[in-house]
Design a protein around this ligand. Structure first.
Ligand SMILES: *[C@@H]1O[C@H](CO)[C@@H](O)[C@H](O)[C@H]1NC(C)=O
Ligand SMILES: *[C@@H]1O[C@H](CO)[C@@H](O)[C@H](O)[C@H]1NC(C)=O
Ligand SMILES: *[C@@H]1O[C@H](CO)[C@@H](O)[C@H](O)[C@H]1NC(C)=O
Length: 302
């Protein structure tokens, strides 16, 4: 059953009932009788498996792709519980990629996004691996109208290959924060020092196992801000990072993925069919740039 988005947001009371460290899967999984894990991996040592039905789901927990509305609510809760837990643990984390772009525009997940991305420091991944691997975090959902479970559990799982800093396509994800109800997850990657560059005397060269690379000063000092209503951190040079990854237009075009940015509500909303035609045929680019300028002035960093 789908929970109304607004109720889901306002009714979460974040009270982890204490971690269940190193839980075996049969204690964590509600539906141990089936699995939708895609085990046809390119390499036997790939640690995290996606589902058979979609890329952004864990097949041990989810059994189907959620529709647009359902997904939004679950992704928001996924992000909020992750941020809240990392803040409690004291792990240094910040949002990246599509999530950072969503933050830039509206301090929210982009409604068409099907995943959430976060990054942690090397120190934090060591800490998470040592003390929090396979911990289950339960959050109460106070909603009298909910036909759904009154609580949600999330699993924090650390890839044992995190200790290996070499570029590695199949084990580039160092940790996952997994919704054990739907199988949706947050991919967590680690920002590492580039040892090759260090050895060459190049200062501040950082890398991620998925081949992204940054300068130390692109990321640090992290900026404190909010995302989905929770305190979160973003990289210092967020605009440069976004432009490098998505191009200049990603920061100015208010028409994207069949959505339009409503500057008044500061929200992306799906385009209705008639609007879609208008924007595709009617030189809407001019309007877009005008809107973008007003948005840019609203969204200077905190
Ligand atoms: C986390 O726990 C799982 C399940 O016991 C294990 O397979 C994995 O290697 C552990 N990860 C780390 C970093 O120790
Ligand atoms: C680290 O990962 C790389 C890439 O998968 C692999 O070639 C190498 O053997 C690994 N090193 C260790 C110590 O496991
Ligand atoms: C690490 O630094 C070296 C030397 O500057 C560079 O050639 C290499 O591409 C960097 N690695 C990554 C993953 O960014």
């Amino acid at each position: 059953m789908r929970l109304p988005f607004s109720i889901l947001l306002s009714c979460f009371l974040f009270s982890p009932k204490g971690g269940l460290a190193d839980a075996p899967y049969d204690q964590v999984q509600d539906n141990p009788t089936w699995s939708h894990q895609n085990l046809d991996d390119v390499r036997a040592d790939k640690y995290f498996h996606e589902s058979t039905f979609a890329e952004h789901y864990d097949g041990r927990f989810g059994d189907r792709k959620l529709n647009y509305d359902e997904r939004r609510g679950h992704l928001t809760a996924l992000m909020q519980t992750y941020i809240s837990t990392m803040n409690d643990i004291g792990a240094e984390t910040w949002i990246m990629h599509g999530s950072l772009l969503g933050w830039y525009w509206s301090r929210k997940i982009l409604p068409w996004d099907s995943d959430v991305d976060a990054m942690v420091s090397e120190q934090s991944i060591h800490h998470l691996a040592a003390y929090h691997n396979m911990t289950v975090h339960t959050f109460n959902l106070h909603n009298d109208d909910a036909e759904d479970n009154s609580h949600r559990s999330y699993l924090l799982e650390i890839n044992p290959h995190y200790v290996n800093s070499s570029l590695d396509e199949v084990n580039k994800i160092d940790a996952r924060w997994i919704d054990t109800t739907t199988g949706l997850f947050i991919d967590v990657t680690t920002l590492r020092r580039n040892a090759t560059a260090d050895a060459l005397g190049i200062d501040g060269s950082m890398m991620v196992k998925d081949r992204h690379h940054y300068n130390y000063d692109d990321i640090f000092p992290l900026r404190h801000t909010t995302f989905e209503g929770y305190p979160v951190k973003v990289p210092f040079m967020y605009a440069d990072i976004l432009i490098e990854e998505y191009g200049e237009k990603a920061l100015s075009d208010v028409y994207f993925e069949n959505h339009i940015f409503d500057a008044e509500l500061r929200e992306w909303r799906p385009l209705r069919y008639a609007e879609l035609n208008l924007y595709q045929n009617d030189g809407a680019v001019m309007d877009a740039h005008y809107w973008a300028m007003s948005i840019a002035s609203l969204y200077s960093p905190d």
